[in-house]
Design a protein around this ligand. Sequence first.
Ligand code: FES
Length: 96
Amino acid sequence: MERKPVPYSKTVFVCTNIRDGGRVACGNPGRGGAELCEALKVAVKKLGLKGKVRVARSGCLDLCEKGPNLFIYPEGEWRSGVAEKDVPEIVKLLES
Ligand code: FES
């Protein structure tokens, strides 16, 4: 195993988990997790933060009922019930 420094100043982990059988999940149709992740990727690219900030899809973060959920590393900022309309506010956290 090779040890390396973290290549990004910040990483946003966005839950896009999908579940079958009617169980709640951030990435299920109508919940918005995948759309949120894509909107954040577009915003990061638009602001020239690509390469500094990584927007990554995540599996279940275990607060499914409150999702879509995301957290920002290394700050440890957590947001629940996030929608595309919240992207500008999230991006402010990434620019600082
Ligand atoms: S499915 Fe997103 S937190 Fe569980």
